[in-house]
Ligand binder design. Sequence first.
Ligand code: C5P
Length: 406
Amino acid sequence: MSRRPPRILLGVSGGIAAYKAAELVRALVREEAEVKVVLTARGAEFVTPLTLATLSGHPVATSEFHDPPSPAIDHIDLARWADVLLVAPATANVLARFARGLADDLLSTVHLAFRGPVVLAPAMNPGMWEREQTRANVADLEARGVVIVPPEEGFVACGDEGAGRLADLQRIAAEALIAARRSRSMEGRKIVVSAGPTREAIDPVRYLSNRSSGKMGYAIAAALEARGAEVVLVSGPVRLSPPWGVERVMVESALEMREAVLEAAGEAAAVVMAAAVADHRPSAAPEKKISLPKDRGYALQLEPNPDILAELVQARAAGRLPAKLLLVGFAAETGQATAKGVAKRRRKGCDLLLANDVARAGSGFDVETNEVTLIGPDGQPEPWPQMSKRQVAERLADTMEKWWRR
Ligand code: C5P
C-alpha cells in the first residue's frame, strides 16, 4: 500500500452542530488526513465555506452547478478522489435521503456515486433521533455497511435532553480514519469468490439446482472489492448484477465452476467458496430432450461432482497452489449446523468455514440477513449474531485480514 495520506470527503449538512465541523476538519488534518468538504445549502447557513476552505486547504464544494458554468463533474471527481465519505453532522434529512438513494443535491449525489466506506455522525433533536422513521433509516444504512457514529446523550441546542448531540469529534475522526485505512487494506490481493447455485443438466431443457440466490457471495465480493482487493467472482446462474469493480465469470454447472475457480486461484491470496455447488449431477445428459414416460416413474441416475473446496486444499498441499492461499468454505445445513460445520471443516481441510442453518428464519437462502457460525482451525465455533449479508461479509473480511496479520 502506498503511503499517501488518507483522503476524507467530509459532508456537512444543516444542523446547528455544523459549527463543530470546523473543529473536525482541524482534528482530521492534525492526523495528516487530506480533507475536502462538501457543504449542503442548509449547512452553509451555519458555517461558511471560507472557514472550511481555509482549514482544509481545499475549495469547498457547495453545488453541482458552477457559476460561470463549467463542464466539471464534481460528484464523480469527488467520489473517485475519496477513500471515505464522512458526514458530520448528518441530519435526519441526510439519513432519510441516503437511505432512499436520493440524489437531489451535491452531497447526496456524491453519496450515490461513491463506492467506498461511508461514516455518518448524526446530530438532531432527541425526539427526531428516536422517531420510528429515523430508526428504520439507520437500520437500512447499517444493513448496507454504513458506519453510524451514534449521537451522545445530553442537552441539545433546543433545550431538550436525550440522545442527539453530535458524538465526540475525536471519536468521529478515529472512525473515519479506520474506515479510510480499511478501504485500501486489501490492495494488492487477488481474491476468488464463488456464489450462487449450480445447474446440473438432465437434458437440454431440464436441470437440477438449489435455492441459493447468490446474495451472500455477491455481498462478500462487494465488501472485498471495497477494501481494494482484486476480486474475481465466479457465479452460478443468479438474478444479481455484478458489484462495481468486480470481474465476474458466469458459469452453470459444478464442473464449469471448478474449472473457473481453479484457473483464477493460481495467483490468488484467498478463495471464498460461498457457492452452493451441487454435490451430484445426472450421470448422462443427452443432447436431446428426454421423453419421460407419462404412466410410470423415472429413475434419475446421479454421480458425484468434484468437491472444489477439497480439491483446492489438496492442490495447496501438493504445492500446485501457494502455501499461503487462504481457503474459506461455507456449509449450508438444516439443523445442527455448528456440529456439522465443525466436522465439515475438518474433513475438507479448509482454513475457515462459515456454517449456517438455512432452515432458520432470517438465515440462509434468498433472504437479506444471515446468521452464521465461524469455525477456524482450532475447531472452536464462534457464533455471530444475525446481521445483514453485507455485515456478515464485512466481518468475514475483518477475519481474513486478521488471518493475514497472524
Ligand atoms: O459438502 P458441502 O456441499 O456442504 O460443502 C460446502 C462447501 O464446500 C461450500 O463452501 C461449497 O462452496 C463447497 N463445495 C465445493 N464443491 C462441491 C460442493 C461444495 O467446493 N462439489
